[in-house]
Design a protein around this ligand. Sequence first.
Ligand code: PA5
Length: 426
Amino acid sequence: MKKIALDLKGSFVTHEELQNMKPQIMEAQKTLLNGSGISSDMIGWVDYMNNYDEVEYEEIKASASYIINNSDAIILLGIGGSYLGARASIEAIRGDFHNELCKPQVYYAGQNLSGAYLKNLLEVVKTKKVCIIVVSKSGTTLETALVFRIIRDMMDEKYKEQSKNRIFVVTDEKKGALKSLSELYGYKAFKIPDNIGGRYSVITPVGLLPMAAAGLDTDKFIEGLRDASNEYQTTDFENNICCLYAAARNILNKKGKEVEILVGYEPSIISIAEWWKQLFGESEGKNEQGIFPASLNFTTDLHSMGQFVQEGKKIIFETTIVTEQPKGDIVVPADSNDFDKLNYLSGRTFNDINDKAFEGTFMAHNEGKVPGIVIKVPEMNEFYLGKLFYFFMMTCAISGYTNNIDPFTQPGVENYKKNMFRLLGK
Ligand code: PA5
């Protein structure tokens, strides 16, 4: 079985620098794995895949079958860690145009406060058979809770007393508004473990239920997570890509690289970058420290942001996710006129040309003094997606501990809420 590979050749990080960083990284890994670090009550994700509730997992699969058999469309309600991972998985695995090509369709709500978005969504699903998945650990997140009021009304109007059979909840096991609501109305509820925070929760029912309901193979996903937990808990620094990636990022940051852009050449993986941004942004961005996580979609964004990366302020390093076997391909045909002078490409495939675009870009950015890290994923399937999520989460936690930052809290997120609630007259 091929592994996810990390290539630091273009990173401008030397072997010596890695060796110098090694003791700090290994200490951070030890602190994480033996549970002696700050917020160690939030490291349930490290071994979740080896001790999850199997009965609940079977119920997730049963609910997913019900959803698949009884709906044209799912609306997934949630925000931040309660939605980004599921969206990333569904889009990466089902691929581009998945809502046109796959059943059931998947729509998202409760991740913004736009009245126009909500109104349009209600219009889109008006004539469809719908099931709802609501995810909120606290149950009180404004966006999700407020939108759930509207969606619940829509469902009650549409399905009357059958409505409750079409609403599925993922929330705290014992407490919170959503838990109380599900008990009152009889919604099927799944639990978010206490010891796993939002941005590390894609591996729990938070990710598993929407993934299964969208037809993804969650057994393979869990298999990938298990494989990752074996491979990435090794204390062999040179053979642990989480430790190496954490070390390289920290070395680059110390050399003045303040921004990491996660780049992909497959549009279907854009949402993985959205999930990744939350993971690293919320975990590392505190105490006036952290690397600002950004993302670009190449080659599209080479025609907009490429200029800055190439010649702008030298604060960026670039991490590219390369999918070694994209899911489809097309051969460029010959054209008898050749007006566009592209016949030199005829007979070659788009994926081959895309690969060359990556190689050319990587070289150019390197020449422009932009360090490049490459993460090679053999295939974007459920197995490797599980590994990839775990790889990033492990790297992130190690990276945080290395810098004496608590990678499991997000105190700064509360400030905007305080102002907003005051302005709303709460
Ligand atoms: O990482 C986090 O904790 C946040 O992004 C939360 O997941 C997000 O705010 C949603 O919270 P909740 O699940 O309580 O609705």
